[in-house]
Design a protein around this ligand. Structure first.
Ligand SMILES: [Zn+2]
Length: 477
């Protein structure tokens, strides 16, 4: 027996998708399922090496000479479960249920992001009564991990130059631009020497952290930046030699804790008073963003070996001088960050030092400039720099014919204006736009909440409404 309304194709197909495990990098089964789905309906279908699936549906009668439209959604999901869940994401179907008008999954993420978008496309492919131009239906893989699927799409397989992206978690909001970005990794081989000095431990904790794209405008403290600032102040009066330095777990998260162990010359009480004074100043600066910030120093047993003074100074200078946080905001769209950086992860072990910095920009030139800045600073201080995980931006365009039609249809249906929004994060739209520069793009979504968490839920009424809106929109193209 089905949980959702079988008579509504988008609900029926969404439920079908929840029965197939489809976490990122585990998309073979769902990809094969979509190929089968297309073949059963006699649609032309292509499955590529990355398990992306492209299905073609011919234009409805009367739409044969209208330009084609692409519908796109990703078919992988984030696998998260509550601590008491016994769910096996490799084998088990999601245990979905409906409560207060929302679909949820017991103990796990629901995969409405982006199963809901994929279900819309399936519903359109299934229904021969709909009116629309020729359709390129694109199901991509790996969006939640590396966006590998979108990177692997062969643009020669796509004849549509209008894209409706269905990976959007809000009804009535359409995205107009997304950031590009990359990571820069700093490396350094370290020279270790025997230590005969006193040692202490410095800890930064109690920061709120957050996402390096979505939360970077909140001006929250970066634990690695703070610890570098304190060490820099100490270095001006003392010789500091590091034995460890670490902070952050993911390059795309603002680090909320950091820790350093180092040998020092001079007097601990003097050192401690400098730390207290610097800490008080930083706490005052962050009084409204990070009320719980703590900066503590304590003496510990001396360590046997430390990184020599030259390497220790270079590491502290790198983190002290490297920009992090908000770099630029838009003067065109209120509240939009257009360039930012995040010193995300630092590790220092016996063999070497590594720092990972993520950078994002609404224009590729912002990213190139920050990358150049990083490389220049790295070279000055004797670090090797490596670039990783580049993705292109989807640049804002003033005039979009597709957006104009969408706005009109939305206004006609609901009597209110479609809300337009640019995001400071990477989307597959940017990758597709990079492959097809003349692509005109809008995004269309339905209300879902707490995505990427076991509380994820999809608003069923919104899911129904946005599907009708999509059908109406298609009929106007
Ligand atoms: Zn998504």
């Amino acid at each position: 027996m089905s949980i959702l309304d079988e008579k509504k194709p988008h609900q029926r197909f969404f439920e079908a998708l929840t029965k197939i495990p489809h976490g990122s990098e585990n998309e073979q089964a769902i990809s094969d399922f979509l190929v089968e789905f297309a073949k059963t309906r006699k649609r032309k279908v292509i499955q590529d090496a990355a398990n992306n699936v492209i299905v073609y549906k011919e234009a409805s009668r009367g739409y044969e000479d209208h330009p084609a439209v692409m519908l796109q959604a990703h078919i992988d999901m984030v696998n998260e479960k509550s601590s008491d869940s016994t769910h096996n994401f490799e084998t088990d179907p999601l245990d979905i249920y409906v409560e207060d008008g929302f679909v949820k999954a017991r103990g796990t993420t629901l995969g409405a992001d982006d199963g809901a978008g994929a279900a819309y496309i399936m519903a359109v492919l299934d229904d021969d009564t709909l009116m629309h131009p020729r359709i390129n239906a694109v199901f991509t893989t790996g969006e939640e991990s590396t966006m590998n699927g979108a990177f692997q799409i062969d643009p020669k397989l796509l004849d549509a130059r209008r894209l409706i992206n269905l990976d959007c978690i809000d009804e009535g909001i359409s995205t107009t631009a997304s950031s590009g970005g990359m990571d820069v990794l700093f490396h350094r081989k370290l020279n270790w020497i025997n230590n005969n000095q006193n040692c202490c431990q410095l800890c930064v904790s109690g920061l709120y952290g957050g996402h390096s794209g979505g939360d970077i405008h909140l001006e929250r403290g970066n634990a690695l930046k703070i610890i570098a600032r304190v060490l820099h102040v100490l270095q001006k009066q003392n010789t500091i030699m590091l034995s460890s330095l670490s902070g952050g777990f993911k390059v795309n998260a603002i680090p909320h804790t950091a820790e350093a162990v180092f040998a020092y010359d001079g007097d601990f009480s003097h050192l401690s008073s400098i730390v207290k004074e610097t800490a008080a100043a930083i706490q005052k600066e962050l009084a409204y963003s990070d009320r719980e910030l703590q900066i503590e120093i304590r003496q510990i047993e001396p360590v046997k070996e430390v990184v020599d003074q030259n390497d220790s100074e270079a590491i502290v200078k790198l983190l002290y001088l490297h920009p992090t946080g908000l770099r630029h905001k838009s003067e065109h769209m209120d509240g939009l960050t257009v360039a930012s950086e995040n010193i995300g992860v630092v590790t220092l072990d016996r063999m070497h030092f590594e720092a990972a910095v993520s950078m994002r920009g609404a224009l590729d030139s912002y990213v190139k400039d920050m990358q150049d800045e990083s490389h220049t600073l790295g070279a000055l201080l004797g670090f090797e720099c490596e670039d990783a995980n580049w993705y292109p931006c989807w640049e804002y365009v003033e005039n979009s014919a597709l957006r104009s039609i969408m706005k009109e249809v939305y206004h006609d249906m609901y009597g209110t204006d479609l809300i337009l929004e640019a995001v400071h994060g990477g989307l597959e739209c940017g990758i597709l736009k990079d492959k097809l520069p003349d692509l005109d793009i809008v995004t269309l979504g339905m209300d879902m909440y707490d995505v990427h968490t076991p509380m994820e839920k999809l608003d069923l009424a919104s899911f129904d409404r946005s599907y009708h809106f999509l059908c109406e929109f298609l009929s106007k193209l």
